[in-house]
Design a protein around this ligand. Sequence first.
Ligand code: NDP
Length: 503
Amino acid sequence: MTLLNTPANQTLPAEPFVGQMLINGRFVEAMAGKRDTRFSPAHQIAVGSYPQAQAADVDLAVKAARTAFDAGIWSEITAAERADVLLKVADLILRDLETLALQESLESGKPLVQARDEVKGTTNLWRYAAALARTLHGESYNTLGKDMLGVVLKQPIGVVAMITPWNFPLWILCQKLPFALAAGCTAVIKPSELTSGTTVMLGKLLQEAGVPDGVVNIVTGLGPDAGQPLVEHEGVDMITFTGSTRVGRAIAEVGGRQLKKVALELGGKNPQIIFPDCDWDAAVDAVVFGVYFNAGECCNSGSRILVHEAIAEQFTAAVIDKAKSVAVGDPLHPDCKVGAIVSEAQMNGILSHIDAARKAGAEVRLGGKRLPSGQGYYLEPTIITGVSPEMPVAKEEVFGPVLAVLTFKDVKDAIQLANSTCYGLSAAVWSKDMDVCLETARAIKAGTIWVNTFLDGYAELPFGGFGDSGLGRELGKSAVEDFTETKTVQLHIGPRRHWWLPK
Ligand code: NDP
């Protein structure tokens, strides 16, 4: 396999983007004055430099968000006014699409073409949130008797801490922030230290769109130094987190101790189930797309396929054939489909998973190695067969371009295998028999089931996981309501019957 090189007409940035934290409407350095540089995983050049926040910086950011919330400068304006600002943010993201996409690609290693689609796609989330802002409402009960009217109010929950990962930095933030803002909340965001650029750039756009000072605050830096003090801060009312199950569990513990609302979007080991009567070409393509999209660094990655034993060998051969042709290399190349792995540590972690699979007796039928490159962290698209359900590669999230192939005998067997990991984020079923599709879709314990397709997503449809894949849902019609508290107001009409009347 040969690597795509940097296109001749593409110039790499001569200087890194120098970002600052956004606290109370001002772009600032960390109080301790520390900064860290992000090097592109594809080229090893400096592409970003960000302050390294610590607890004292986080404290200022949360206090700013708290003050802004309590002052009502955002929570008490009309939903129509909030919606106007959200729509303006969408327009500004589109205006700056190229700058945002390039930064996203340089920091994450994902193909620039894909980053453009993602940045453009986020505008749809801002527009959907704007629509939901104006339809948020409570309930009224006119059925409680002549002297009582019950009103249920939805009020913004308050200050929301948002902690985001490196795989879809802007996209994942936009699954959270516009909806929290639509509800009237204020926020403190801590992006991944590896990919803070587009979050900081969005901060500028929020200001330009008219988000008042203190409503959105951004702290940059490391998880333990900046993320942990944020989730533990007593001024935070709700935490929404996307990332690893390990950190998600630790955050849930903080939420449990402090009785804060917690929403978690965590990992997955998502199966695509292939029945013999499927549309063969479509299924082969979706398997290749499902596992190599974003270099497999995707919570929804279709990282295992369950293939009916009658077609297993032939189907796997077709997948291997197609996988061989997938273009890997410089994310800035227009043909690139699989870019660089986000970091050396992540790449080494993926290689250890492959090694462990080999040692457990599985066969690496395609790839399995680092692709030789002067600078970048590139891995060959990898396919592992002879995988049995108890092997780690069948159960654990690899978060890289690695497909595990398992086989099944019948529908019951397929369902049992699909449900045999601790995760439950998503799955796909491939068959022309709708009875089989429905039976399987109903029985799989996962938040999203695709039938004869993979990885489609819509703002209208809720997203989230069962089991170790998380808590709660993002998107969908309750995406704004998720950032509210419910308050019951009971209105008495006319004279109230006394409890005690002295004789
Ligand atoms: P983490 O869960 O460690 O990081 C996600 C976010 O949480 C980052 O912003 C991180 O900061 C922050 N964080 C880390 N520790 C804490 C803490 N104690 N308190 C609060 N915030 C914290 O994921 P990694 O980036 O380390 O990736 C490791 C693995 O997680 C991957 O291999 C993959 O399996 C999984 N993952 C899943 C994702 C998903 O979409 N479900 C996304 C990313 C990763 P910082 O980056 O600065 O350390």
